[in-house]
Ligand binder design. Sequence first.
Ligand SMILES: Nc1ncnc2c1ncn2[C@@H]1O[C@H](COP(=O)(O)OP(=O)(O)OP(=O)(O)O)[C@@H](O)[C@H]1O
Length: 252
Amino acid sequence: MEDIKFEVKHLNLYYGDFQALKDLNINIKANRVTALIGPSGCGKSTFLRTLNRMNDLVDGVKITGEINMDGKNILSDKINTIDLRTKVGMVFQKPNPFPMSIYDNIAYGPRCQGVKDKKILDEIVESSLKAAALWDDVKDRLNKNALGMSGGQQQRLCIARAIAMKPEVILMDEPTSALDPIATQKIEELIDILKKDYTILIVTHSMQQASRVSDDTAFFLLGEIVEFDSTLNIFSNPKNKKTEEYITGRFG
Ligand SMILES: Nc1ncnc2c1ncn2[C@@H]1O[C@H](COP(=O)(O)OP(=O)(O)OP(=O)(O)O)[C@@H](O)[C@H]1O
């Protein structure tokens, strides 16, 4: 059996009285790329954020059900959310480097965790930038401000920053929606390389992107998962009529 990273059981999420996720049941496989697709407002980002408890930061949220990560329910009160967010890193829609040097952007997280040794920090910075396919672009200007990089480079820096924390999972919420086609292609190539070492979930509005980068795809509609299958099946032989209508562009 393939390794399951997240086993989601009867997951419901409410923002106040509004139910944004409805009885989700899904197994996310380790070391695969899972795409979350569906029309605007159907709960993709909300679901993504349950996986590192980012919704805890929103007032009035209520969550029921279970999300077992490597067999442990991460929704339990006993879970240390700081540790969880170290294991489950996140990359956002808009690249959001800190207004500091390229080096310090990567070293920031490890330093917060108490790493002080310059040699170790140098190693983390180099290996993280290499893993994000950015080292060659920036190795001669590590002390320059990260805000001077192109948008695509900034997004790869944000991926490198996530990698520096040695995560097991990387959540990506529309990571290329602010990027041009060439920068997008680089991120997609990177995702393909990273899945060897990490479990990746990606929210995307691009059907082409979902079919290019992902192994499995979940189709969301109005807070429910309508269909979850291999990306090949979802795009070539969807079982649900709504899935077929969405992927062929008839709504959304
Ligand atoms: N903080 C919040 N408070 C109240 N309602 C929210 C909050 N965040 C999201 N919602 C609502 O929950 C539903 C799901 O939102 P979510 O952002 O998860 O959808 P999405 O599928 O990611 O949409 P998009 O593709 O537009 O990013 C929407 O109806 C949204 O208005």
